[in-house]
Design a protein around this ligand. Structure first.
Ligand SMILES: C[S@@+](CC[C@H](N)C(=O)[O-])C[C@H]1O[C@@H](n2cnc3c(N)ncnc32)[C@H](O)[C@@H]1O
Length: 251
């Protein structure tokens, strides 16, 4: 009887650890390779599981981005951890958008899913997808982009603080940053930040006009503007930032 109980408790502990390390926190405490491996594994089911509402994304992501940068209509945008291409696609679907989005991700299979959608909608002229591990920094010059985004992903990057610093570095002065923070921070200690911590991090990076707004069930949106002003970069500059020898363009 005692040994049956011991086996039961061991299974319970094992089950909990598996749920926490692999499902709930998607491998972040097992290292970046595990995170990327799990996203590769999960890529073909990502959109089905997430069931993003395209209309809501247009209203809450793409239109506010266009409003932030107006009168510019041709922003050069960097989307870090672009996944299955959610942000690039909703920007390209926006009738006012004349810009270009570079979507970076470390998971080849997530990028494959994204690229199939880009090609199906004939958005190749608006979107470039690159395979790159954001944990190794961003391979762009300072002040290279009008807008930098990173949605539902900061907590999965190897060092969220260093990643945020890189995003602000490559954003031009006066440019717009859009990222997100998890609302429930219980299960991801040292990875997820509350509103106060996010504000502190952004202020330390000389970001202004910080707004944190409840967005989805799990996430708040974080908007900020880089201090200073400079001329818009524009989509025409994409040839100067692409390609870099250690990146792999998709396809
Ligand atoms: C929850 S998904 C978010 C995708 C997309 N931003 C969205 O809103 O649907 C997290 C993404 O982060 C990517 N990722 C995880 N670690 C990464 C890393 N070190 N460098 C680049 N991308 C990474 C994963 O491959 C995955 O596509």
């Amino acid at each position: 009887m005692m040994s049956l109980l011991a086996v039961f408790f061991l299974l319970l502990i094992f089950g909990f650890l598996f749920w926490w390390l692999v499902i709930e926190t998607e491998g972040v405490y097992l290292g970046r390779r595990m995170v990327i491996f799990l996203y590769d594994l999960y890529a073909s089911r990502y959109d089905r599981v997430k069931q993003f509402d395209e209309h809501a994304d247009l209203m809450l992501i793409s239109q506010p981005i266009m409003a932030c940068i107006q009168p510019q209509a041709d922003p050069l945008i960097l989307d870090v951890a672009t996944g299955a291409g959610r942000l690039p696609l909703i920007m390209a679907r926006n009738g006012c958008f004349r810009g270009h989005v570079i979507g970076l991700d470390a998971s080849r299979r997530m990028l494959d899913v994204a690229w199939r959608k880009v090609a199906a909608e004939r958005f190749e002229g608006y979107i470039t997808l690159m395979r790159h591990d954001a944990g190794e920094g961003l391979p762009y010059d300072d002040d290279a982009f009008d807008v930098v985004t990173c949605l539902e992903a900061l907590e999965f990057l190897p060092d969220p603080q260093a990643a945020l610093k890189e995003m602000c570095r490559v954003l031009r002065q006066g440019g717009t940053l859009l990222t997100s923070i998890r609302i429930d921070t219980r299960w991801m200690p040292n990875r997820t930040w509350n509103d106060q911590k996010m504000r502190c991090e952004l202020k330390a990076l000389d970001m202004r006009d910080i707004r944190i707004e409840i967005w989805q069930e799990d996430y708040s949106q974080v908007w900020a503007r880089k201090a200073g002003e400079c001329e818009p970069i524009g989509a025409g500059a994409r040839d100067q930032v692409l390609p870099s020898p250690h990146q792999v363009a998709i396809p």
